[in-house]
Design a protein around this ligand. Structure first.
Ligand SMILES: [Zn+2]
Length: 326
């Protein structure tokens, strides 16, 4: 039942995106939460010790994950081939009590909506689940998108078809129980995928999301380095014919969370410069559907609105405003 509902939703999204390019139908196409018990065996999905959670962070590949050429149904969302300066932030591996709520505070203050790819074991672990569920409920209430990142962060290619299906069905059910909405999006841990895992995910009606930019490095090189890497990467993208991007970061890392306000202030400051120089502003879009579904006319409309909103703020800002402001 879960699978059939999810497949219908996937079809609805595919049709909505290919037929009219609108950003909104995908949201309304979300199925009601499936109430049937997922057929995962609890024994297979045992919780991990809480003291290991902090170690559970991705090793980020040197280069962004390779995104295959987009098939007609656009099964992959990775930030390739986007002709406009659209940007969407995504956060992996949470929720984590020590860091995720603080990130949500930052995003709310800057009115940015993002996508969170959850390791769903946190929602099932007796020692963490109440806090984790409250955090995920807050994510949904504040308009963020919630996707799957596996139940225990094992690479999908290391799981059998059956185990992969179980993980994702069970994780999807946990999310649906908290948010009343079944997830559509999945990011494979480490970006690891192949034709076999693609097939399993497609049959579950899930759309894969990779990325095309990350200012993080595998080791903690501090928020200063993240901010300067973000600035350099953003500047590089402005010179490319396809500047739009999906940004990958981790809400489990405190130095990443603390870099976010500075990154968002940098984006605003850069937009003030672009406003003076002329050119297309950076548009932080609220959903993955908007990233891929906006028509040229809709992008132009958002640009007009952005200019109107920024003009008085940029005029009021002092010339030496920097990204260290509170
Ligand atoms: Zn991860």
């Amino acid at each position: 039942m879960f699978v059939r509902r999810a497949s219908s939703a996937w079809l609805a999204i595919a049709l909505a995106l290919t037929a009219c390019g609108s950003a909104s139908p995908a949201v309304t196409a979300t199925p009601a939460p499936a109430r049937g018990r997922a057929d995962a065996s609890p024994a297979r999905l045992a919780p991990e010790p809480a003291d290991r959670v902090a170690e559970r962070v991705d090793a980020i590949p040197d280069a962004p994950a390779t995104e295959p050429a987009l098939p007609p149904d656009r099964r992959f969302y990775g930030g390739r081939g986007l002709r406009h300066r659209l940007i969407h932030f995504t956060f992996d591996d949470g929720p984590r009590a020590a860091t995720t709520p603080r990130l949500l505070d930052h995003l709310a203050r800057h009115r940015v909506r993002a996508t969170f790819f959850l390791v769903t074991r946190a929602l099932d672990d007796p020692r963490r689940r109440d806090t984790a569920r409250a955090t995920v409920r807050r994510m949904a209430a504040e308009g963020h998108t919630i996707g799957l990142h596996g139940h225990d962060h094992r690479g999908f290619r290391n799981l059998s078809d059956r185990d992969l299906r179980e993980q994702l069905r069970y994780g999807g059910q946990l999310i649906a129980d908290v948010t009343a909405r079944a997830p559509h999006f999945v990011r494979p841990p480490y970006g690891g995928r192949d034709a076999r895992t693609d097939r399993v995910l497609a049959r579950l009606g899930l759309r894969q999301v990779l990325w095309s930019m990350t200012p993080e490095r595998p080791r903690n090189d501090g928020q200063e380095a993240i901010v300067s890497q973000f600035r350099a990467q953003l500047a590089a993208r402005e010179g490319e014919p396809f500047p739009g991007t999906v940004v990958l970061m981790h809400d489990t890392r405190p130095w990443v969370v603390e870099a976010i306000p500075r990154i968002l202030r940098h984006l605003r400051r850069r937009n003030c410069q672009i406003l003076r120089e002329g050119g297309q502003l950076w548009d932080v879009v609220p959903t993955l559907e908007a990233l891929y579904g906006l028509s040229d006319a809709e992008v132009a409309g958002r640009q007009d609105a952005l200019r109107g909103e920024l003009a008085p703020r940029c005029a009021a800002a002092t010339g030496d405003e920097d990204d260290t402001e509170p």
